[in-house]
Design a protein around this ligand. Structure first.
Ligand SMILES: NC(=O)c1ccc[n+]([C@@H]2O[C@H](COP(=O)([O-])OP(=O)(O)OC[C@H]3O[C@@H](n4cnc5c(N)ncnc54)[C@H](OP(=O)(O)O)[C@@H]3O)[C@@H](O)[C@H]2O)c1
Length: 254
């Protein structure tokens, strides 16, 4: 692939680390203009600087995706600076520590719901408003689900529930988006090497009560998959893609 992003504008949430950072950098290298959003502005600016792209190709915006006013301002700024939006990668997300659900605090629950579910909804809503009104009309939304959108890890009620809910957002968006030329797909990732999965190198709880070190894969494979999904013409859509460490426990009940 080369320069499939020329003339296109993408917005990546959670671009300060891990999958979001790798994907934003891959999109920049592919020629997209990219808005990098997240709460840690200095890391967003560092991610841009690392690519060496010309000033004006990228914009860093500090935002908590669970904050409606902040999200509205993010998309207004995107429109003001780049004048359109072709691709939204709804990537920002977080989990709570592995905790029996009866011990999970309301605050822990809401932190995960706000980032993974409400944040994805709020960003989709603002993206749709821009995409349906722009010329040429339309765009693409890619939601970051998870293997946890299919099956839980032990003690992961908040994360698993919100990731299942993201599947609901994706399916509804891909239906309702048709009238406005908006395609919507979801990438379900398993064990990409990022700060979030660092704990897997030391061992994570398994359904049989043991703790096991799990294999991870290079985050670049996810970034390349996102670039591929983004590069399709709007009359074609990857609705769901599962990309995972080949030998992680998922297939075969373990
Ligand atoms: N790594 C995997 O194997 C894996 C597997 C399945 C799904 N995923 C999903 O992939 C996404 C990224 O995961 P990752 O592994 O790259 O995790 P990560 O390294 O912990 O990065 C998470 C990113 O999300 C941002 N974020 C979190 N809460 C936010 C909020 N309220 N507002 C704005 N930004 C927020 C963080 O930025 P700030 O802290 O700067 O705001 C950070 O950039 C998540 O949705 C995760 O559920 C990852």
């Amino acid at each position: 692939m080369a320069n499939t992003g020329a003339g296109k504008v993408a917005l990546v949430t959670g671009a300060s680390a891990g999958i979001g950072k790798a994907s934003a950098q891959a999109l920049l290298k592919e020629g997209y203009k990219v808005v990098l959003a997240g709460r840690r502005l200095e890391l967003l600016e560092q991610a841009i600087a690392e690519t060496g792209v010309p000033k004006g190709q990228a914009l860093a915006v500090k935002v908590d995706v669970g904050d409606p006013a902040g999200v509205q301002a993010l998309f207004e700024q995107t429109k003001n600076v780049f004048n359109r939006l072709d691709v939204l990668f709804n990537n920002a997300g977080t989990g709570a520590p592995a905790t029996p659900m009866e011990d999970l605090s309301y605050e822990q629950w809401m932190t995960v719901v706000n980032a993974n579910l409400t944040g994805t909804f709020l960003c989709m809503q603002q993206a749709v408003k821009i995409m349906k009104a722009q010329t040429p009309q339309g765009g693409r939304i890619i939601n970051n689900g998870s293997i946890s959108a299919h099956t839980p890890r032990p003690f992961s009620m908040a994360y698993t529930a919100t990731k299942h809910a993201v599947t609901g957002l994706t399916k509804t968006m891909s239906l309702d988006g048709r009238k406005d030329n908006i395609a919507c797909g979801q990438i379900d990732i398993g064990n990409a090497a990022t700060p979030m999965t660092e704990r897997m190198t030391k061992g994570v709880p398994q359904p049989n009560g043991t703790t096991m070190v799990e294999p991870r894969m290079d985050v670049e494979h996810v970034a390349n998959a996102v670039v591929y999904m983004a590069s399709l013409p709007l009359d074609a859509n990857v609705m769901f893609m599962t990309i995972m460490a080949t030998k992680m426990p998922f297939a075969g009940r373990g």
